[in-house]
Ligand binder design. Structure first.
Ligand SMILES: [Mg+2]
Length: 188
């Protein structure tokens, strides 16, 4: 089955820059119908999140878990469920074992997406990713996904890969098109 991959900060919740306090988490309402549609049609909704704040020593895994728990709780209240949450703490500016440049798990590398594929047996060629950064789109392209949906105004369609189509995700119409696509993937 295909999946809906989602970046977290700046996509599902407002990006407050290395969020480490659950009280700071505010949902972006535009994404709720998207997640709900995936839930309705049985498409796994999967977070793939770079969390270099851990490598940089800004916060630890327990703060990450608290923030993420709050996010899931807020989503639950909106009847939105996530099936899997993957996060990557590695970064070249980190210390100790997390000091790793260009780690295969860190977006734009596809490691988290491929790990989810292996865990859930996903059809990557029919899966899509939603994110607010070029690195999210690039991770999707490298993982062999079919579509990337880029939140906000930084959309630039520079991928030379014909198999991967990048869409902008700004207006209400864009969000409706994304929901229609997800509904179609679930029915297929
Ligand atoms: Mg983001």
């Amino acid at each position: 089955m295909p999946a809906l991959f989602l970046d977290r900060d700046g996509t599902i919740n407002v990006d407050t820059s290395y969020p480490s306090d659950p009280a700071d988490i505010v949902l972006r309402p535009e994404m709720l119908p998207v997640i709900r549609t995936a839930n309705l049609v049985g498409l796994p909704a999967i977070i793939v999140s770079n969390q270099s704040g851990i490598a940089r020593g800004y916060f630890g895994w327990s703060e990450f878990a608290a923030v993420n728990g709050r996010l899931l709780e807020l989503l639950e209240a909106e009847k939105c469920q996530l099936d899997l949450v993957l996060a990557c703490a590695y970064h070249s500016s980190g210390t100790g074992i997390l000091a790793a440049g260009d780690h295969p798990m860190r977006k734009p590398n596809p490691g988290m997406l491929l790990h989810a594929r292996d865990l859930l047996g996903l059809d990557m060629g029919r899966s899509i990713i939603v994110g607010d950064k070029a690195d999210d789109m690039e991770a999707g392209r490298r993982a062999g996904l079919r579509d990337g949906w880029h939140v906000g105004s930084k959309f630039n369609r520079k991928s030379g890969d014909v198999a991967f189509v990048e869409h902008k995700l700004i207006t209400g119409n864009d969000h409706r098109r994304l929901c229609d696509l997800i509904a179609g993937l679930g029915r297929a």
